[in-house]
Design a protein around this ligand. Structure first.
Ligand code: GMT
Length: 373
């Protein structure tokens, strides 16, 4: 098949899923065209069967807000015509599903089929906003196929928009060969020279991630044992978390690493991954940590219970319950045998349920179904 992946290029879960999916499909012999405003960050190097098309948005002085949606639609139309695409796969509803719809209309029905994957805040936050709601609903209803990354998100979509068309659930996936339990002692030594426990969090530091909770957890853990916190990513809440760490006298124990390409090397060296989010449709970062054999302490919200089994391969707590999260961390860090079992269970879950080799063919057969229909 000839497939276009329309996605955000930044360090967000939807861009990661789109990129990994596209690269895996290309390896399986499909022709894959990425369309975005810059190269998706995991799309490094040369890949057979992979093409990249950049969306160029004109900054005409009249435009207070340059119309990215229209430039994207025009680019999709151009790529679809030139390469006779079969499928345009829009990742994240806004504006990608609507731009794909527009491209198909501009091709007067001769365009490719549109598959939209709902990732999370496109439904749970942005999609609920009155200024986007009707457009998101329209984009979903007009797509030839719709997938969601968890059962939770599919239910939320139906409930929020009153949609009853089929929404296929295809969970996030992980490359278990790349994200594998592999402890690099030199990395551990660098961050925890005194043998401290290593807690880690990776995200785009937006309010839904509750970054300051990771600092609160560290503060509580350190009342019982020495520990460091690695923060991977960048985003609007960095400053607030930094200020809190300073106020609590923790700056020597928190390491801000910025965005990292080889996050798997860090995940494998950590003892626990923290994901105290207030919204999480799936929690790809948690899955990547689990695949590295790192148990996750997270919140019991959204799709996280579809990924983490409380007490088996991680822990789930109510949003904001930093006392309980810290207590669970301390307990586990003090019980090496239990920690070992949990590490193994986390890895086993990733291997059993979320392998890229299993989930990508699900998208492939969904495309075939949409094309057949
Ligand atoms: O909502 C976001 O954080 C953005 C979105 C993205 O585009 O990066 O992340 C979502 O998509 C991921 C991949 O499907 C999911 O694993 C994340 O749970 C989800 N984030 C949220 O729901 C907050």
């Amino acid at each position: 098949m000839k497939i276009a992946m329309v996605c955000y290029p930044t360090h967000g879960g939807s861009g990661v899923v789109a990129t990994e999916l596209g690269m895996c499909l290309a390896l399986r012999g499909h022709e894959v065209h990425f369309i975005s405003y810059s190269t998706p960050f995991r799309l490094r190097g040369f890949h057979e069967n992979v093409f990249y098309h950049e969306v160029d948005v004109s900054a005409y002085p009249l435009f207070k807000y340059p119309p990215y949606d229209l430039s994207l639609a025009a680019q999709i139309m151009e790529v679809a015509g030139e390469h006779t695409l079969d499928i345009v796969h829009a990742h994240y509803a806004i504006p990608h599903a609507i731009s794909a719809y527009l491209a198909r209309q501009m091709m007067r029905g001769r365009g490719p089929k549109v598959v939209t994957t709902l990732h999370g805040t496109d439904i749970t936050l942005v999609g609920k906003d009155a200024s986007f709601r009707e457009a998101v609903k329209f984009g979903i209803e007009e797509s030839d196929g719709v997938t969601a990354v968890s059962r939770y998100l599919a239910e939320q979509t139906r409930a929020t928009f009153g949609i009853d068309k089929e929404i296929r659930v295809i969970h996030n996936f992980v490359d278990t060969a790349r994200f594998s339990p592999h402890v690099e002692n030199c990395i551990r030594k660098r961050f925890a020279p005194g043998g401290e426990a290593i807690l880690i969090h990776a995200s785009n530091f937006r309010p839904v991630k509750r970054l300051t909770d990771t600092i609160e957890i560290l503060a509580r853990v350190r009342r019982h044992l020495p520990a460091k916190l690695l923060l991977v990513g960048e985003g609007p809440d960095r400053q607030e978390s930094h200020a809190l760490a300073e106020r609590l006298g923790l700056l020597d124990h928190v390491v801000y690493l910025g965005t990292q390409d080889a996050v798997e090397r860090l995940l494998g060296c950590a003892d626990l991954f923290l994901l105290p989010s207030s919204e999480e449709s799936f929690g790809l970062a948690a899955l990547e940590a689990m695949s590295c054999g790192t148990p996750v302490i997270a919140t019991r919200i959204g799709g996280l219970p579809e990924v983490i089994e409380d007490g088996v391969d991680g822990f789930l707590f109510p949003v904001g319950d930093v006392d309980a999260m810290a207590a669970a961390a301390v307990e586990l860090l003090r019980e090496p045998e239990r920690m070992k079992a949990m590490r193994a269970a986390a890895r086993a879950k990733a291997e059993a349920c979320f392998r890229i080799e299993t989930l990508v063919p699900e998208y492939e057969s969904y495309y075939k179904q949409v094309l057949g229909g």
